[in-house]
Write a protein that binds this ligand. Structure first.
Ligand SMILES: NC(=O)c1ccc[n+]([C@@H]2O[C@H](COP(=O)([O-])OP(=O)(O)OC[C@H]3O[C@@H](n4cnc5c(N)ncnc54)[C@H](OP(=O)(O)O)[C@@H]3O)[C@@H](O)[C@H]2O)c1
Length: 299
């Protein structure tokens, strides 16, 4: 019997500037422990997390999302990536984000000033063991001008510390403001089957028009599902369950397929520290939902 091939390339590719990535990528936030933002919860098993990263790359994942502020008491996502994947292959694209920061105890710091962004970029460089970052997203914390912060990152890009710039948690106005300063290659906003937000639909559309990748977070976790569907983090809708049954797949896979079918420019970065979930998530890149199913899911 032929073995089924599971490959992140099944969903096709997209370009982040001059860097080509498979549309099915990986989010590193869950590698440090399921509640990476709470330093009082247990840290993940180190070897298991390293194994997940290596398996992701074996399955064709070449787009990994991370941040220096993804750490639990004993684990750092960037350090795990470095340990698992360095020396990095040429086709691996690591995307990180700056703006937010945490002190050594895990407590959140005030949002960075433009002058502090260089230190955050250098922190990522040290932890990842690189001398330039492929893509850096400016992660906003609310409305207001991004000009000074994005301008500071554009200077770091000109200085060769960063190859491409992106944005996160933004409005359409932010996108226009940033594009006037330097090219934006990707936008990371919260977006999923039941967590679409006024504004993010518009941002998704604008990104498509301008050839910018739209990279949603919480595509699986969704509303009230911080722990992931089926993990006690909320009940799944009848529509998702029906579509999952029809394809013989899980509800998480339906959510990922729905996300990828929002547009060719939409990339997925599902986050998991579980090797079985990783395989399911990559496999979801090959799942195609019918128009009727897409409609049913929104009903
Ligand atoms: N820009 C931003 O502001 C921002 C904010 C948040 C996150 N992010 C990025 O986006 C990525 C995705 O977000 P996320 O990790 O929070 O949410 P997600 O990918 O939507 O969902 C992750 C949750 O779902 C579970 N899960 C994953 N695969 C599963 C599967 N096949 N079956 C059942 N449950 C599954 C995970 O638990 P297990 O570990 O047990 O699988 C985890 O609890 C993050 O990793 C991070 O890189 C960016």
């Amino acid at each position: 019997m032929a073995t089924k091939t599971i490959d992140a390339a099944a969903a096709g590719t997209w370009k982040l500037g001059d860097l080509t990535v498979n549309r099915l990528g990986f989010g590193a936030m869950r590698l440090t422990g399921s509640a990476a933002f709470d330093p009082s919860t247990p840290s993940s098993d180190r070897e298991r997390s390293i194994g997940v990263l290596r398996r992701a790359v074996e399955l064709g994942v070449n787009h990994i999302d991370t941040a220096a502020f993804y750490f639990s008491r004993l684990r750092s996502a960037n350090e795990l990536i470095n340990r698992a994947l360095a020396p990095y292959s040429d086709d691996l694209v690591i995307v990180t984000k700056v703006g937010p920061g945490r002190d050594a105890s895990g407590a959140w710091l005030p949002w960075a000033t433009p002058e502090q962004l260089r230190g955050q970029v250098e922190e990522n460089l040290r932890q990842l063991g690189r001398d330039h970052l492929d893509v850096v997203n400016l992660r906003l914390n609310g409305p207001g001008s991004l000009a000074e912060h994005f301008g500071a990152l554009a200077e770091l890009r000109d200085a060769g510390l960063i190859r491409h710039l992106g944005l996160s948690n933004i409005t359409p106005e932010h996108l226009a403001e940033a594009q006037a300063i330097a090219p934006v290659v990707c936008v990371q906003n919260r977006y999923g089957l039941d967590s679409r937000r006024t504004g993010s639909d518009e941002v998704l559309r604008l990104c498509g028009e301008q050839g910018i990748a739209f990279v949603p977070f919480f595509a699986i976790a969704g509303e009230g599902r911080e722990g992931g569907a089926g993990q006690g983090g909320g009940t799944e809708s009848d529509a998702v369950l029906a579509v999952a049954r029809a394809h013989g797949v899980t509800s998480a896979q339906v959510r990922l397929a729905w996300t990828l079918q929002q547009g060719e420019h939409v990339l997925a970065i599902p986050g998991t520290g579980n090797p079985d979930h990783l395989v399911e998530n990559v496999d979801a890149g090959a799942l195609r939902l019918t128009d009727e199913e897409m409609e049913l899911l929104l009903s």
